[in-house]
Design a protein around this ligand. Structure first.
Ligand SMILES: C[S@@+](CC[C@H](N)C(=O)[O-])C[C@H]1O[C@@H](n2cnc3c(N)ncnc32)[C@H](O)[C@@H]1O
Length: 245
């Protein structure tokens, strides 16, 4: 259920004044292309999320995509998930929600859905969830608020439901860390980003995207009451985890 009108991401192509990265209108317009070219195995991660979500989603419950951006995940999982599951997407960017609403309205998505604009830093309200997806979102929540957000999510997930969490992660070893980051920038170059685009975006994200170590994320999931936690994806500094309550 692919929606056309992909606009090429050239946000950091020209020399610009240092400014923190934001998820406003300019970003929302090019975001689908940005993700496709910036996230290693983005389509495969989406496919895996869909496969797992299909096994955990239960009719009569809600499936949440927190930080849904333009709702790419819902299009991927719609054909896989049982009838009777409601999709709820949340994001704090009004521009992302507007773009998501456009794409959903143009699509032939079959599940009932609701899109909500809300900031995770103000708390998150999850009810009767069999699946919660957070694909590259928790890393943007202020570290002081992060455990609370995961606790709130866990409390709204039904028994045997799951959280699917994908994050950029740090390695505790500085040599490995440097290498992984170098390989990541090589991927961005292969996907058509220039040295200047990569450098400017890195600077813009510095205070905005704060990755944890893999073990910090694992400890946080266990502390918040998830019983089974396992890594399902790893590519250098990108890591996907599934946690079952
Ligand atoms: C990398 S994108 C997520 C990609 C998306 N989940 C996907 O699978 O295509 C991060 C998203 O998180 C949202 N976000 C960042 N900080 C947030 C916050 N504090 N509360 C809610 N949403 C937030 C951004 O607006 C953005 O849409």
């Amino acid at each position: 259920m692919e929606i056309a009108r992909i606009v090429r991401d050239e946000l950091f192509r020209e020399k610009r004044q240092a400014k923190d990265f934001d998820f406003g209108e300019d970003t929302a317009k090019v975001f689908d292309d940005m993700l496709e070219r910036s996230i290693p195995f983005y389509s495969e991660i989406q496919r895996m999320i869909g496969e797992m979500a299909a096994d955990f989603a239960v009719p009569g419950t809600n499936l949440y995509d927190i930080g849904c951006s333009t709702c790419t995940t819902f299009f991927q999982i719609d054909p896989l998930v049982a009838e009777g599951v409601k999709f709820i997407g949340t994001d704090y960017s009004e521009s992302m929600i507007a773009r998501a609403n456009e794409k959903m309205a143009e699509s032939s998505i079959t599940h009932p859905y609701e899109l909500v604009c809300s900031d995770l830093n103000d708390g998150v309200s999850i009810e009767n969830a069999s699946v919660v997806i957070m694909n590259l979102v928790l890393q943007f929540v202020r570290p002081l608020r992060r455990t609370r957000v995961v606790e709130e999510i866990a409390s709204g997930i039904n028994k045997d439901g799951c959280l699917i969490l994908v994050e950029k992660v740090l390695s505790p070893d500085s040599l490995i860390n440097r290498l992984f980051i170098k390989y990541y920038y090589e991927l961005k170059k292969r996907n058509g980003y220039s040295e200047m685009e990569i450098a400017q975006k890195r600077e813009a994200l510095e205070n905005v995207l704060i990755p944890y170590h893999y073990f910090e994320n694992l400890d946080m999931l266990v502390e918040c009451g998830f019983r089974h936690c396992e890594m399902f994806f790893r590519w250098y500094n990108f890591c996907g985890m599934i946690a079952v309550k």
